[in-house]
Write a protein that binds this ligand. Structure first.
Ligand SMILES: [Zn+2]
Length: 252
């Protein structure tokens, strides 16, 4: 892309068209040094560089979600289409500087350079924000859990994928019939059952992540984490802590 940029110049200055590539960082190291040596002695090129040096700041106009979406595609080649406003700004500035030069050549070079810079920007962004990200990512909305046996429990489960594993949040309500049915109390009174959250891996492993006491007519919000990536979790279960019987589960 940059190798033939200089050859497109029609004036006496062979470096006339190197400014955009220089500002956007797409020159090779050798080309950059060569151009900087030229800049030292060429007021015209210094002026050209100065005029477009704010171009990278135009990237700030990019919609944050559009950039994030490009990162989610997993490849820097999947950069989103340039917003028209950004493209118009770039073209207007380039056109103002290069009215003597065929605009098509400059536009193609500039758009290609911006696309390259955008790709680098997306890569850096996912690198910087991905490495230290301890916040929520890829959250699955709360999903109802399916009763495995008839019980008085109702529950939902929500998972969120983190760099370090998976966070699991349960909402478990104990609709104790005993609480509103006089003279028909449970054998163990109103103390409720002890329940446990179990993560079942796709490799068959079962990991007990949390236990809690289900109080009559109350909703418990147990949450826990596992080092298992979310895609390796086959299902989440609520089991009786004492017997291990599965009461509810959600297959992922
Ligand atoms: Zn020059």
């Amino acid at each position: 892309m940059t190798a033939d940029v200089g050859a497109q110049g029609t004036g006496a200055d062979p470096y006339e068209l190197w400014d955009a590539a220089y500002v956007l960082g797409s020159l090779s190291t050798a080309q950059r040094h060569e151009y900087e040596r030229h800049l030292a002695g060429c007021a015209g090129c210094r002026e050209a560089v100065s005029a477009i040096s704010g171009m990278p700041a135009l990237l700030a106009l990019l919609d944050r979600d559009a950039v994030a979406a490009a990162g989610d595609c997993g490849t820097v080649m999947a950069a989103p289409p340039l917003p028209e406003r950004l493209l118009d700004n770039l073209l207007a500035r380039v056109q103002a500087r290069r009215h003597r030069i065929r605009l098509a050549t400059a536009a193609v070079a500039t758009v290609a350079a911006v696309a390259l810079l955008l790709a680098v920007f997306v890569t850096l962004r996912s690198g910087v924000f991905g490495a230290g990200d301890s916040g929520a990512g890829n959250i699955v909305q709360a999903m109802p859990m399916t009763p495995v046996v008839a019980s008085e429990y109702e529950a939902t489960v929500a998972l969120s994928s983190r760099d370090w594993g998976t966070h699991i949040q349960l909402e478990c309500t104990y609709h104790s019939w005993a609480a509103d049915s006089n003279g028909h109390s449970d054998d163990d009174g109103d103390t409720g059952d002890t329940l446990a959250m179990v993560a079942v891996g796709r490799d068959g492993s079962q990991t007990r992540l949390a236990t809690w006491r289900a109080l009559p007519a109350a909703t418990a919000l147990p949450s826990a984490s596992t080092s298992m990536p979310m895609e390796q979790i086959a299902s989440v279960q609520i089991v009786s802590a004492d017997t291990g019987d599965v009461l509810l589960q959600r297959t992922l």
